[in-house]
Design a protein. Structure first.
Ligand SMILES: Cc1cc2nc3c(=O)[nH]c(=O)nc-3n(C[C@H](O)[C@H](O)[C@H](O)COP(=O)(O)O)c2cc1C
Length: 205
């Protein structure tokens, strides 16, 4: 009898592990809801870095950030994003001239929306901005996961950016993401931890 229940317990553990639901010994929330605390910690730890070192980021890390971008959901999987990696001295110097918010970063991603690929929404709207926002959120979080600092930057003129980088007509720059290693004195701004009251942010209906 004892050995039967041992076998059953073992079989159950193996099944749970195979489903990715293996009980984690480190979990200890009151209701025992399985949750990945590491993810919330990562989300809380990410902040907009505004002072970078000039140390280049390893290609493997850039590849992983781009991989995270690729895994993002988009409307009907249209994947309208086009990510330019501004890495050459020329491209980075152009980025510095186009935005005051490069903060000394050695590189930047420019996330653009290819309007011809974006899923249409209503008569003249599109899901492009929403898709690109999700893509870049994946990038910010994977970068943080790799200890690569980022800052999402909207402070640039999209028309000037298009012109300076000779982007195709259908490409619309959405956000610039300077990235690199945070300088020793880089720190989250006061805004990082500021939060509106929960009842302004969430309402159960
Ligand atoms: C759409 C968007 C545009 C932003 N544009 C800029 C910008 O132009 N310059 C800048 O320094 N930070 C910019 N930020 C960063 C925000 O100021 C920052 O995310 C916010 O204050 C919260 O701080 P945290 O990122 O450190 O948590 C932008 C963020 C978003 C989401």
């Amino acid at each position: 009898m004892k050995s039967t229940s041992l076998i059953l317990t073992l079989a159950l553990s193996l099944t749970l592990a195979a489903c990715g639901h293996a009980p984690k010994e480190t979990l200890s929330n009151p209701s025992d809801i399985p949750m990945n605390k590491d993810f919330l910690q990562l989300a809380a730890d990410r902040y907009s870095v505004r002072h970078f070192t000039s140390t280049p980021i390893e290609q493997e890390k850039i590849d992983l950030i781009l991989q995270a971008a690729k895994l993002a959901p988009t409307a009907i999987n249209s994947q309208p994003q086009k990510i330019y990696v501004l890495r050459s001295a020329d491209a980075v110097s152009k980025a510095n001239a186009l935005s005051p918010c490069m903060y000394g970063a050695p590189h930047a991603f420019l996330v653009c929306c290819d309007e011809e690929r974006a899923c249409k929404r209503g008569a003249d709207g599109s899901y492009g901005d929403i898709d690109c926002s999700i893509v870049l959120t994946h990038m910010l979080l994977e970068a943080a996961n790799l200890s690569v600092g980022t800052c999402p930057v909207g402070y640039f003129d999209p028309t000037q950016v298009k012109e300076a980088l000779s982007l195709p007509e259908r490409m619309r720059p959405v956000l610039l993401i300077p990235f690199g290693y945070a300088a020793d004195d880089a720190a989250p701004s006061d805004r990082h931890a500021a939060s509106r009251p929960d009842d302004e942010l969430v309402e159960y209906l």
